[in-house]
Design a protein around this ligand. Sequence first.
Ligand code: PLP
Length: 421
Amino acid sequence: MDLEIDFRTGSSLRRQLEDALRVAIRSGRLVPGSALPPSRDLAEQLGVSRGVVIDFPRAGWKAALMRALRELPDTRLGYANHRGIAELRNALAGYLARVRGVVVQPEHVVVCCAASQALTVLWHALRHQGGRRVAIEDPGWRWQRYTVEHAGLEAVPVRVDGDGTVVSELAAADVDAVVMTPAHHYPTGVVMTAERRGALIAWARERGALIVEDDYDVDYRFGRDPVASLQGLAPDLVAFVGTTSKTLAPALRLAWVVPPSHLIDDVENVLLVTGVTPPTLDQIAMASFIEDAALERHLRSMRRRYRAKRDVLVAALGRQLSEVRVSGTAAGLHVLAWLPDGADEHATAMRARQSGVGVHELHRHCTTQAPSASALLLGFALPTESELVTATQLLASALCLCLGAVLMAVLARRIRRRPGA
Ligand SMILES: Cc1ncc(COP(=O)(O)O)c(C=O)c1O
């Protein structure tokens, strides 16, 4: 069964869908109860490419790694300092101070295998100091909650609104720490306001609580410069966490944490006991990548490419899905697209995934707060610009079919009720 819908026209998707269904029902091609075509068929018609290529500075990384392998003396092939090798801690201290305003001495930088490991290590250190409850953002990155719970602490969800985490709710949450993404909230894209940042620090100081700042995607800002780190405002209260997962690639498994000084010894003990540290060769390669400015060259070029991709995606959404609203600041590697009233985000996401378009539902990132509207997270890092346009068409088809199932039932009921129908 063909539904004749032209996604390029200016008229609303709902309107076009309604018209197409009306024509199909009237002509007898669609009878009440018939199944709408699976979006996989549409995917095949539109010829979407499922293949994606990862963006990674292979040549530069290979050169850094080969140099490390060539030059590393045998004496350094033994156990390394479990806080990280000196070269990388020096390089990171300079880089984070310059780029993020982090207040740090090299000896206070701890190199980890991933942001998730950095969080886990922090929670064990906190627990050792008597901490029991940690506030998590709701919605928020699910792994934050998983790491809190896995460390035997209680995760307490706290709301996020258009100004960032709702700090006034922290007092009632009765927590020893809070973990957050203030520079670019995951997944809504909100930047925490200066007033909230001030209130947060005042709360933490009065309570003696720890703030864990997850600075996961700060390298990608497409409009204004990122706000400086919270850690720079209160280094005695904030543990700053960074990762290469967005900056370079998740496969590197390289991250860092700058804990406040009262946690450093406990953090070190956790690392000592678990024995999990990134390989020395990778750490040396990363250090030279920072020192030789290869990282900044890579970021300059990636910022241009990601900005172009984001622009293509947002423009395609505006053209093909004008009812969808994109929210959040222009940053990071995903956009949050709010679906029109009546759209079921789960059904739409399922259909989109069946057609090869990887999207996430906002609900997946919620702990207790059910958002009043439906939204999907659309990542734009991996697809090419033309794949993004195709993916948007497929998403429009998926949304169309989901809204169609609802509309079809309504229309069929209306048509049946009409005298002489
Ligand atoms: C909020 C947030 N923090 C951190 C990360 C990266 O974590 P990791 O370094 O464990 O890969 C992500 C990745 O999606 C994220 O969304």
